[in-house]
Write a protein that binds this ligand. Structure first.
Ligand code: 26V
Length: 824
């Protein structure tokens, strides 16, 4: 197992080949005559899976024996991407697998490329969960991830005539080597029905939830190995199945359609990931997903807890549950329900356990993203939970009233139930009231939570519940794996690869910043990564781009608050400027490649128009013979984790230009800087802390600050917006038809003119263009740029997800590492 390195190499190679061939021939029934790359990928993955399962079993047995406090990370999204490469690296067997496969005539790189992404997430929130699993495993924490096994992940994006079109991502089509189906681990989940009030002989009243319909949640386990450690944790994903395979009575009556329909309707629950990011839609199927998820997860956690015969009062000292945003908040009334209705605890004893168990991370301040569920909907689907939520609210408001007597307006503001027609359950308020700790994901964001959106709660809890844990990213995937050339170079310069598990070591790179040989090699590696991206762009779009241009990249979900619109308006501004230049003047310009990628929610009309505009502008600029390589614009379709691994190492500049105060943290900003790319961005989210760490000289900041935004919006609403004159020119060009039928873009342009410019593009435009000019100027100084790039990587220690996870473990979860011995 972990001792496999002690085996002599030839024997190890032979063992890998044997296991590979066994799986290819026996598991997949292939022969030497039809063993293509995909079959070989499967054989490799299965041979690695065997090792993972061994490590996972040893970990579980050790945890059962030690019985440490465990953390349960509940997330409706896990954006894992591919697993083969990362597992090979974590197990320390990449080189030897490469050799073993080489001898059989396969290139490991090709096989890695055969894997489809596990894309069970929308964006930052889902990818954060994946990074946190990697750190939890690597740091030897006894942790479980829980989520949903969607049959369809985030849709595939195709660009047709410049527009986004969506295709289903049926990722399980050819099987998934990284999951273990656990038909023996399944739980019943009830929906609808009625609540029976029972009066016992002694006069006590209890409630029983009965009737309705039942489905079953079945577990699928995804092992997550720590890097260079035995600890191998688990993400348990639930899949919905009908409670009884078939209604035989119905089947016998010849009512086949109805019988099959019922079966399908159960399976529908976990069929598809909702593709909205930062926007709430009140669909009943989504609520069903959330409840099925927390119901099965709590039964599983409680079953594990009960094995040790501890009293219920021990529960919060053995179990910590982290809610990744409000999506799993129903876990709070569900645990309360189990404790009072099924386990017979008093309300107060139960509530004490609940509030000591849960903690909640908020990931956004956008009002349209805060979850609110209509009371009649919850009442219909989960009648007992609705009663409990009303009671939680009643007891909570009684305490608020006691602390602030007579303050009716405060009670209205703080109520978990929002008044209106219909009433709504404010899930964030329920999550706050039911948790011991609430955190934001970057300093600025945590301050906004405290001072803007949850102020009343800060006052009520006297500041005790709210804290910050700045996000982080795993350096394993986001440097060591995705940028092997830079990773090797860093290891060589530092004389050890210990930085992979201890990012503080990167600080030592500062010693080399003035070394011309290091600068040269550093930039040569960057160029190599730019060539790799240029080749990819050519293969996908047929657009030829020069690796000697400045690569300026914005990749993230398309959203108005992220302001891809401002970026493309800036590109148009640059184009108009270039068009006025003589060839001699143009030759002095820094050639620039502007790359966009990202998905829009399928129903987000304005975001989809932004994609269309980017493609239309690219079409004109890329085919303008007067422009050539001085400016190119590319939209790369279907942004996902494995594409990010190619794009991120290739940036000179990346853009993180959200209106100040709107991007809670951002995590791709961290990935770009870790790979020696420079941020051009607003004073927002984690950009601020990155600036503090790497030094303000190594980041291009622009734009208004978060605390100015409200006043400017107020003025925009009540006066005519002062349109920036350069921006006016740009809009004129669009309206004149320079980029195709201007009618198409009218609704988009209108967001700036008649729409009140909510995201302050006009206000920030001049300083944005100025920052871009500063970047051009700085890029001309090759040595200066190399230094900036080195200092970027060297300053990123803080943003390892290992640091974030250690903070959660110490401050919030109160769990300790439980290191697993190499053998039992
Ligand atoms: C997600 C969903 C998913 C589908 C159903 C409706 C719905 C409604 C709201 C949301 C909230 C998503 C919040 C989010 O993704 N926030 C991002 O979290 C990142 C990790 O903390 C952070 O870096 C980003 O700045 C933040 O936008």
């Amino acid at each position: 197992l972990w001792k496999e390195f002690e085996t002599p190499e030839p024997a190890e190679i032979a063992a890998i080949q044997k296991s590979f061939l066994r799986h290819v021939t026996k598991t997949f029934a292939r022969t030497a005559f039809n063993m293509d790359n995909f079959a070989s990928y499967q054989g490799t993955a299965y041979s690695l899976r065997d090792r993972l399962i061994d490590k996972w079993n040893i970990t579980q047995q050790h945890h059962t024996r030690e019985d440490p406090k465990r953390v349960y990370y509940l997330s409706l999204e896990f954006l894992l991407g591919r697993s083969l490469d990362s597992c090979l690296l974590s197990l320390g067997v990449k080189d030897i697998y490469k050799k073993a496969l080489d001898e059989l005539g396969f290139r490991l790189e090709d096989l890695i490329g055969e894997e489809v992404d596990a894309a069970l997430g929308n964006g930052g929130l889902g990818r954060l969960a994946a990074c946190y699993m990697d750190s939890l495993a690597t740091l030897d924490y006894p942790a479980w991830g829980y989520g949903i096994r969607y049959n369809y992940g985030i849709f595939k994006q195709l660009i047709v005539d410049g527009y986004q079109t969506e295709f289903p991502d049926y990722w399980l089509n050819f099987g998934n080597p990284w999951e273990i189906e656990r038909l023996d681990v399944s739980y019943e989940v009830r929906f609808r029905g009625y609540v029976n009030k029972v009066t016992e002989e002694d006069g006590t009243i209890s409630y029983v939830w009965e009737g309705g319909e039942k489905v079953v949640a079945v577990a699928y386990d995804v092992p997550i190995p720590g890097y260079g450690t035995m600890n191998t944790i688990n993400i348990r994903l639930w899949s919905a199945k009908p409670a009884r395979e078939f209604d035989f009575a119905m089947f016998n009556d010849g009512n086949y359609d109805k019988a099959v329909e019922e079966q399908k309707s159960a399976e529908n629950i976990t069929s598809v990931l909702y593709p909205n990011d930062n926007h709430m839609v009140g669909k009943i199927l989504r609520l069903k997903q959330q409840y099925l998820f927390v119901c099965a997860t709590l039964q599983d956690a409680i079953r594990r807890f009960k094995k040790t015969n501890r009293p219920w009062s021990d529960f919060p000292y053995q179990v910590s549950i982290q809610l990744n945003d409000t999506h799993p908040t129903l876990g709070i009334p569900e645990l309360q329900r189990i404790l009072i209705d099924e386990e017979g605890l008093s309300w107060d004893d139960a509530w004490d356990i609940v509030t000591k168990t849960f903690s909640f991370t908020n990931h956004t301040v956008l009002p349209e993203a805060l979850e609110r569920w209509a009371v009649p909907l919850v009442q219909d689907l989960l009648p007992r939970h609705m009663m409990i939520i009303f009671d939680i609210n009643l007891f909570f408001l009684q305490k608020v009233e006691k602390k602030f007597p007579g303050d009716r307006d405060r009670l209205r503001r703080m109520s978990i139930i929002e008044e209106g027609h219909p009433q709504n359950v404010r899930m964030a308020f329920l999550a706050i009231v039911g948790s011991h700790t609430v955190n934001g994901v970057a300093e600025l964001h945590s301050n906004l939570i405290k001072n803007v959106i949850f102020t009343d709660f800060v006052e009520y809890y006297e500041g005790n519940k709210f804290t910050n844990v700045t996000n982080g990213i795993t350096p394993r995937r986001w440097l060591h794996q995705c940028n092997p050339a830079l990773s090797d170079f860093i290891t060589q310069k530092l004389g050890s690869d210990s930085w992979v598990k201890d990012l503080e070591q990167l600080k030592k790179l500062k010693e080399f910043v003035d070394d011309p040989a290091v600068q040269k090699q550093w930039m040569a590696i960057k160029r190599q990564n730019k060539v790799r991206l240029a080749d990819y762009i050519h293969s996908i779009t047929s657009i030829q781009v020069s690796p000697d241009s400045l690569f300026d990249i914005q990749v993230k979900r398309i959203h108005e608050y992220k302001r891809q619109f401002m970026n493309i308006l800036g590109v148009i501004h640059r184009y108009l400027r270039l068009k006025k230049m003589t060839p001699e003047q143009k030759a002095k310009e820094v050639p620039r490649l502007v790359v966009f990628a990202g998905k829009s929610a399928p129903g987000y009309f304005i975001a989809k128009l932004v994609i269309k505009l980017i493609n239309s502008v690219g079409e004109v600029i890329n085919n303008d013979p007067e422009i050539g390589d001085v400016l190119k614009v590319v939209f790369i379709p279907n942004y996902n984790v494995s594409l990010a691994e190619i794009i991120i190492p290739a940036s000179d500049i990346s853009q993180h230009i959200s209106t100040a105060g709107t991007e809670a943290s951002g995590t791709s900003n961290m990935k770009f800087v870790l790979n020696g790319g420079i941020i051009l961005g607003t004073v927002d989210g984690a950009n601020i802390e990155i600036g503090e760490e790497i030094g303000e000289d190594n980041i291009f900041f622009f734009g208004v600050k978060a605390d100015e935004v409200e006043d400017i919006r107020h003025l925009n609403r009540y006066r005519k917006i002062e349109m920036d004159p350069d921006l006016r020119n740009v809009l004129d060009a669009i309206e004149k038809g320079t980029f195709g039928d201007p009618k198409i873009f009218e609704p988009l342009v209108a967001t700036l003119t008649v729409g009140g410019d909510y995201y302050l593009i006009s206000k920030d435009f001049a300083s944005y263009i100025e920052a871009q000019a500063d970047a051009d100027e700085a890029y001309k100084d090759k040595v200066g740029w190399a230094k900036k790039s080195i200092l970027c990587t060297a300053g990123m220690s803080k943003f390892s997800s290992d640091r974030s996870i250690n903070e959660y473990a110490e401050k919030i979860w109160k769990i300790k590492p439980c290191s697993v011995p190499a053998t039992l």
